[in-house]
Design a binder for this molecule. Sequence first.
Ligand SMILES: [Fe+2]
Length: 466
Amino acid sequence: MGVRWEFDGVLVLALLGLCLCAAPVCEGGITSSYVRNKDLVHDMPLDSDVFRVPPGYNAPQQVHITQGDHVGKRVIVSWVTPDEPGSSTVLYWAENSELKKSAQGIVLTYKYFNYTSGYIHHCTIKDLEFDTKYYYEVGNGNTTRKFWFRTPPSVGPDVPYTFGLIGDLGQTPDSNRTLTHYELNPVKGQTILFVGDLSYADAYPFHDNTRWDTWGRFIERIAAYQPWIWTAGNHEIDFLPESGESKPFKPYTNRYHVPYKASQSTSPLWYSIKRASAHIIVLSSYSAYGKYTPQYKWLEKELPKVNRTETPWLIVLMHSPLYSSYIHHYMEGESMRVMYEAWFVEYKVDVVFAGHVHAYERSERISNIAYNIVNGICTPISDPSAPVYITIGDGGNLEGLVTDMTQPQPSYSAYREASFGHGIFDIKNRTHAFFSWHRNQDGYAVEADSLWLHNRYWKPSLSMTY
Ligand SMILES: [Fe+2]
């Protein structure tokens, strides 16, 4: 009898367990079973080779480029000279051309508590030809440094173009692995869409800005050769009034210039660019976005200007995700979702990339715009006009991964995993783009998650989901 009861008890427990285990699978998409080791990570030491100062007196360092106008015919080249202002001139020439041209930039410095920056140069190179490789030089004499970039093809609807996606990078060994995996990915990204949280210098006492300098040297190996499209995150706010630093985004806006005026924006924290077949809108999760604010009024005017016949792919970048099923930062993007989600659906945004949550997640195409506070309709529903929301805050910073997820997996969540990595958004033509997510623990060619996206304007009916 005793044996029989014990057996029945085990059976009941097993059945109960089966029901409980089955629930998350039924409710939502895939939660990866990969469990990462949770050892605390630290920033790479100051004397790491990735932070090496280029040799020579006053040699330019922290060289990085970004798009300098609305269509890709200008490039902003930025760099720092540590000892004296030196020259703000950039010499540049097209591949197969002997004619060297020069562009004159500006130099600035800033102070942050007890830190004084080096001499930060910003120079916009104008009137470039599309789809052309250019070499450029900064510095003088024997400390001249030479780099190159390729301009994008002319803006047009069927221009293939490949964007990389990186967020929340920091400067740890994991950050370094992310950059290496991006560099060695057989699919070659041509421009990085960066979704905020750059150096994490604010993790140090008084936000030690020397960690902004090390970060600038760390990313140079990619950022000097292809544009990074910048989005500000919470670690760019650098608000430290108790130490006299009450102007938000001070180090970020001094170091990373963006072409915001080209899209009639009044702030570098929100702007747009067109590049190849994409129209990219950058928003600021940490600037006012309520009705009547400058950001709201800008976006209200910007969205109707998007010409899907010219740029079929409409991409939005922001730092704090509107949909995330991780417990950390849960619903921090909710108020921006309330303000802007209806517009994203109305204007058929293809994909919204965000960071902030240190993990990866991809949503179904869903919207939650029917709720009016009294009707109770507050559950996301399938919506073929809605964007896919992708959280890619898994660059590798010192705060580590977030692993706690809401259970069961909500139906809006298609795939989620707490691993470091990067994304690739590979536009093929006006109707198709291929997104892939690459984890640092895999080989360089492995796609841990991927999907074909059908353009919401040109191919909206074929797939409800993607
Ligand atoms: Fe963040």
